[in-house]
Ligand binder design. Structure first.
Ligand code: NAD
Length: 499
């Protein structure tokens, strides 16, 4: 089954208009479940397009920052309503370009809806503080100020959710934006921008430039009128973004890789833990930053858990995400499939036991897509590369442990710190784990995935650089505090000196 989408020539969106790239180059967007299906042709933009987009955003900032936030919010509310109305169609398009199953792409659009409504609501809050001055007849307060033009760079695994996580808080706070989405999912990004434009975003406030990150990222980050950069993607690329922004002391928000562990204690409800493991590890074919990629199981239940998980993994239906019966879709592209296959080889060579899966699926009906079997390695040592490095595919590593302290040490013993979870019926174990797991997100009796938009999202160590996405915490990145003192005493008053 495939979406009824005709190939179409897409454009950049700059200063309120859909325009061709100055480069006159293009790239194709194809369905990863069926690569002979061409979804659209997109501009492969160059530095000049980036400059034009930043110029437009910079000019628009002068007026957008002065639009009262509740008025900015009205546009976001309208956009959210359109997202609700078009949810099904947007989800189908997203499954066609990204591969994850329809239930999950509906969830992706829903996340964009939630974020848009949430940030629209912030238009009537954006709270600052008022506090007594230490001097008489003087008011003291702090207010949130926008930063200016924000450069937003996004990955392909949440094609609408992640751009909305960045755009909506940026816009409600009074910033203007230049979005550079992943080359793999330009369609969904275009739809989101189109919906914002239809909702009445003024020209230049939202700009969209398609193309290669390696080519467009550096000029975007270096442009003197770009005040801040928010990036989600791999840790390797994030490092280069961080270094580029450091040169001009530009605030930069990084959301990067993960190697998320689920701890299963012997007292856990194993049926529940198995449901969580299957969803956490193989949902989105493992291509989530929060995917469960290690399961650390207490020795008393290790064998039973391993065998039952293997049975569940073997029975998962792999296929085209538009087919309602499919549980695991394709990988995003050939490079990602090859990476997964390489890691399977690495795991074998390291001496981990391949319990199930381990192969590419290439016979019909899989011949035209990038499919891989759900794969489980058992008896992994915590230091093995498959238990340390982000694979970003349907591959899970099982590690056995004796005590909770050991489990926490294993869970924390990686470079990343996005998400972790523990399955247990013991309140003491649960609370100790929530305290000691060094990750930005911890779940109890739930898998490592399932973030909600009104809570902070982000990770520690090599996953992030201290900022958070979503919730009111996102506004901390997209605004800076201005402190205002108003003295109505009509005389010189000196803080710290006048007693
Ligand atoms: P990626 O780093 O390859 O690309 C991300 C974005 O950066 C794309 O838009 C890309 O075009 C752009 N880019 C590439 N080179 C660049 C450069 N030199 N300068 C500036 N931008 C550049 O990542 P990906 O493959 O698209 O996404 C997968 C990765 O994203 C995984 O590591 C995953 O864990 C991570 N991710 C993290 C989160 C999170 O919130 N922590 C969420 C989703 C994905």
């Amino acid at each position: 089954m495939s979406a009824a989408v005709l190939p179409q020539n897409f454009k950049n969106f700059i200063n309120g208009e859909w325009i061709e790239s100055r480069s006159a180059r293009t790239f194709e967007n194809r369905n990863p479940a069926s690569t002979d299906e061409l979804l659209g042709i997109f501009p492969s933009s160059d530095e000049q397009d980036v400059r034009a987009a930043v110029d437009a955003a910079s000019a628009a900032y002068k007026t957008w920052r002065l639009v009262p936030a509740p008025k900015r919010a009205e546009i976001l509310f309208r956009a959210a309503e359109t997202l609700v109305r078009r949810k099904e169609e947007l989800a189908r398009t997203m499954t066609s370009e990204m591969g994850k199953v329809s239930a999950e792409t509906r969830g992706d659009v829903q996340e964009a809806i939630d974020m848009t409504y949430y940030m629209a609501g912030e238009g009537r809050r954006l709270f600052g503080q008022t506090t007594p001055s230490e001097l008489p007849n003087k008011i003291a307060m702090s207010v949130r100020q926008p930063l200016g033009v924000c450069g937003l760079i996004t990955p392909w695994n949440f094609p609408m959710a992640i751009p909305s996580w960045k755009m909506m808080p940026a816009l409600i706070a009074g910033n203007t934006v230049v979005l550079k989405p992943a080359r793999e999912t330009p369609f969904s990004a275009s739809r989101l921008v189109e919906i914002l434009a239809e909702a009445g975003i003024p020209a230049g406030v939202v700009n969209l430039v398609h193309g290669s990150g390696a080519e467009l990222g550096p000029p975007l980050m270096a442009h003197p009128d770009v005040a801040a950069v928010s990036f989600t993607g791999s840790t390797e690329t994030g490092r280069s973004v961080s270094l580029a922004c450091a040169r001009d002391f530009k605030p930069c928000h990084l959301e990067m890789g993960g190697k998320n562990a689920m701890i299963v204690m012997a007292d856990a409800n194993l049926d529940l833990a198995l449901d969580g493991a299957v969803w956490g590890a193989f949902g989105t074919a493992g291509q989530r930053c929060t995917a469960t990629s290690r399961i650390v199981v207490q020795k008393g239940v290790y064998r039973e858990f391993r065998d039952r998980l293997a049975d569940r993994a073997k029975s998962l239906r792999v296929g085209d995400g538009l087919d309602a019966a499919t549980e695991v879709g394709p990988l995003i592209n050939e490079a990602q499939l090859k990476k997964v296959m390489e890691y399977v080889e690495i795991g074998r060579n390291e001496g981990a036991k391949l319990t199930t899966g381990g192969h590419r699926l290439e016979k019909p009906p899989f011949a035209k897509g990038w499919f891989h079997e759900p794969t489980i390695f058992s008896d992994c040592a915590p230091a093995m590369r498959i238990a340390q490095e982000e694979i970003f595919g349907p591959v899970i590593s099982l590690v056995a442990f004796d005590t909770l302290d050991e489990a926490v040490e294993i869970a924390n013993g990686v470079a990343y710190g996005l998400s972790a979870s523990i399955y247990t019926r013991d309140i003491n174990s649960a609370l100790r784990a929530t305290r000691d797991l060094h990750t930005g997100i911890v779940y109890v009796n739930a898998p490592t995935i399932g973030a909600e938009t009104h809570l902070p999202f982000g990770g520690t160590k090599h996953t992030g650089n201290g900022h958070r996405e979503a919730s009111v915490a996102a506004l901390d990145f997209y605004t800076e505090w201005k402190t205002i003192y108003v003295d109505y005493s009509d005389r010189l008053q000196r803080a710290q000196l006048d007693t």
